[in-house]
Design a protein. Sequence first.
Length: 355
Amino acid sequence: MDPLEFASPSVSAEELALEGDAAQRYVDGLSRAIARARLSDQYPPGKRLAAQVSAMGPAAHGGLYPELRVDRRSGLPSYREWTRVSADAELSSKILAELPPEDELRARAQREAGGAHDGIWTKQLRKLCYHRLLSTIDGTPPSQMVVKLRRVDPGQRRAWFHVVLDKLDQSGVFVRSCLDLAQTASFWSRPMLRLDDDAVRETQALRTIIYRLTSLDAELTFVRLADTEGLTIERVIKGTVGPVYVPGVAMPEALRAELPGPPAPGFLMATFGLDMAAGDVAEDGDNDPVEDLLTERLDPEGQAAYAAARQRYGYRVYKDRKLVVSSPALVDVAHRFCARMGTRNVVYALRGGAT
């Protein structure tokens, strides 16, 4: 097993606070797991997220930040960590232009009295190296919406759009919501999207409703949008990064039951969910060991209402999830966990192939 440790010298009910080597081992393991998951465009951008996670470790910032906060619910870095990297990256070009050249900083750092580890020039050198690294990554903020025009039918006063929203959800997981929808313009309806000189812009109405719905599953998002005047929804796909299970993070009882004891140092299981509601889904199904379908959590009356909605709007729902574990020895643990939950899932190890 990889020698990853996630011991935390400072903890709270909501967050783990990792320092030094523990923080570095965490970001190394998580960034490798995100890269190993081979995420498609239906998920949050894996390459960008892995790079941002790597930038949160002491090896990147040189100790400029004393600790790394991890959300106990999701196992992902807390909101403040994502926003810090984004804000720092935005300032990198300005800071790099103001700092002295690297050779000069290194010489000054070496001349500091006693080679002080926390001397001013040593800190400036670390700052230079940190912002140079940030200048090479995509520091996009945690929340971002992109709307693309697919086609327009002036005769029908109708336009088709593809909407992508990346967001750090209130539950702590990273979510990408991909929506294909159409809008019919009318005098009495409030437009969700607007065409300006052949460019498409989302209105505040659309931004508000989609941001509000991102915490719901694909089916409920589909139905809520389908019930919105002027909109026709074709497809909702939600890809999630997380939850990630490491020691100190909330863990399903079915997973804990497969472990011989408390998670050992080095334990990491990252999960990546895909939730779809669309007319072209082949059949309804639930292959997600972590989250149930919405309808499975409803009473009989609620289930009947959603059965009627599926009939009315002609869509089906499918959920799936793949997992990445920190060592080949944990592959069997992951498969047993999935079997307990009645699913069969792809499992990757940080070393080796998929099973």
